[in-house]
Design a protein. Structure first.
Length: 277
């Protein structure tokens, strides 16, 4: 089984190191990583991917460095074991999503922002072609809508989830629901705009013209429209089944369309193989 992790306890950073072969880097990666990781190096699992020679620094190569707190990785592994499954791969959510994108979309040498709006976290991964330039996680997500519903009327989180989709109009009016959603997605767009501004301060010439959304928030029309205006970019929801043949006898088109953005990371994980890189 493959699972993915993300958030504060996962660090993904593009670094430059002296050119060397993979075996040599494996021996020195802990030393290289110490200056970039805000945790005790003995408390993290490290991995890396050599990207190639640095265009701006002769004798240097670019490397993707990934560090994850051992405590969190072990929690995930223990949970999978408790479910009676065999954990084989622990991936990073942003990379799993990128796998799903590469399998279904032809990305030219242009900047594309992948934004995943989950329950409590929003992940931003900016690609140039198929190469990641910038990643950032923000502590915002669809759970905020539930919390605002719960603060407006007395209900459980599970009931708020139903109300969020307009299932009980007698308890929450469409007007109140629209007001809550407008408030939350405005906050999302503000934080995403800040992250994009930070990206532009480093890459001023690399304008983002396309944004692909995933996660539960991708189905909110008002969010897509507001983000398109704020970011001056074309915004669309991901379809991780785009290049797959779906048996329509077993899967309803409307259901596939609804669930597609939330299935993107799972699809990316499903494409992993044991011992791949």
């Amino acid at each position: 089984m493959a699972v993915s992790i993300g958030g504060y306890y996962v660090i993904v950073k593009k670094i430059s190191v002296q050119t060397m072969d993979e075996e040599k880097l494996q021996e020195t990666i802990h030393f290289e990583a110490e200056q970039y990781i805000p945790f005790d190096i003995s408390d993290v699992n490290l991995d890396f991917q050599i990207l190639g020679e640095s265009e701006s620094n002769p004798g240097q190569m670019n490397v993707f460095l990934v560090a994850a707190k051992k405590e969190m990785v072990n929690d995930y592994i223990n949970l999978v074991n408790l479910a009676g499954l065999n954990p084989c791969i622990v991936d990073v959510e942003a990379f799993a999503l990128q796998n799903a994108i590469e399998a279904n979309y032809e990305l030219q040498n242009e900047n594309t922002a992948l934004i995943d709006i989950g329950a409590s976290k929003t992940s931003l991964n900016i690609l140039k072609g198929n190469s990641s330039l910038f990643m950032r996680d923000v502590s915002l997500g669809c759970g905020q809508i539930n919390q605002k519903i719960m603060s407006l009327i007395e209900c459980s989180f599970e009931e708020a989830e139903q109300l969020k989709y307009g299932d009980k109009p007698d308890r929450l009016t469409q007007e109140d629901l629209k007001g809550i959603i407008s408030s939350v997605v405005t906050d999302w767009c503000t934080e995403i705009r800040r992250a994009l501004d930070f990206f532009y301060s480093t890459y001023p010439e690399d304008q983002i013209k396309r944004i692909i959304l995933s996660g539960g928030g991708a189905n909110i029309d008002e969010f897509r429209e507001l983000l398109a205006t704020e970011a001056s970019a074309e915004v669309e929801s991901i379809n991780p089944f785009k290049n797959l043949k779906i048996d329509k006898k077993h899967f309803d088109d409307a259901f596939i369309k609804q669930i597609a953005p939330q299935a993107a990371i799972s699809m990316g994980l499903a494409m992993r193989k044991v011992d791949d890189k």
